[in-house]
Design a protein around this ligand. Structure first.
Ligand code: F6R
Length: 233
């Protein structure tokens, strides 16, 4: 593991942006695995302002809520458009997020998994760290979920995400997420985590027992993992 300790959120975002910019410079047609949430906002701002060439790049997002359409401000597709896609020269047709409105979420999950395969796999996958150690929407469980699948969200995740909604009742209760195997097949993974409230879970994930009770702990087994964080002294 390559652990990059930084002082604050801005430094974390800068270091992550450097990795993404180097990736598309080295391989313009890279498949970039992207995440939503608070952690990547600074990174996306930097990418948006970098004037870099994303014209050949493709993107696949980790997850999407079931029941939210692309024009719903709480959907992850909307988040990606607003925070990144509309600010860079990526071909919008090459940006992929699971379809939260799919009539059959299981079939959509299968399609998404096949799509990633067809694209040749993910070159660089970005991950945030959930408070319970989730990655994507892979919540603590008895076993590691393999492929992209529909998932029912943990109470803690619904609570954490309710800050973006008018009330916890409005948070969708299920989502489509890349599976652990999907994520682990990415050629490179970068985790970004900022803030003292992430310190304990990050320590557990990186140095604790590898267990599906802490989904992110599986990352210890990845061959090319970079962690950028201000959580450690
Ligand atoms: C987002 C995602 C989640 C978040 C995690 C951390 O697409 O898959 O796993 O990365 O919940 O969220 P923040 O960055 O808001 O703390």
């Amino acid at each position: 593991m390559n652990l990059i300790k930084v002082e604050n959120y801005e430094e974390m975002s800068r270091a992550a942006a450097d990795l993404f910019l180097a990736q598309v410079k080295e391989k313009p047609a890279s498949v970039l695995g992207l995440a939503t949430g608070s952690s990547p906002v600074g990174l996306y701002k930097l990418l948006a302002g970098a004037n870099a060439d994303f014209s050949q790049a493709k993107s696949v997002n980790l997850d999407e809520y079931c029941g939210l359409s692309a024009d719903n401000p709480q959907s992850y597709r909307y988040f990606m458009t607003e925070n990144l896609f509309k600010h860079i020269n990526i071909n919008q047709a090459n940006t992929h997020v699971p379809d939260g409105m799919a009539a059959n979420p299981d079939a959509e999950a299968e399609r998404y998994e096949e799509l990633i395969e067809k694209l040749g796999g993910i070159d660089l996958q970005l991950l945030g760290m959930g408070h319970n150690g989730h990655i994507g929407f892979n919540e603590p469980d008895e076993e590691f979920a393999a492929a992209t699948h529909r998932v029912y969200l943990a109470e803690q995740t619904i609570k954490a995400n309710s800050r973006f909604f008018a009330s916890p009742e409005e948070v969708p209760t299920s989502a489509i997420t890349m599976g652990i195997k999907t994520i682990m097949q990415a050629r490179k993974i970068v985790v970004i985590a900022s803030g003292s409230e992430k310190t304990n879970i990050l320590k557990k994930a990186l140095y604790g027992t590898i267990t599906p009770r802490v989904p992110a702990s599986v990352l210890q087994l990845h061959q090319n993992l970079t962690v950028i964080t201000d959580c450690f002294e």
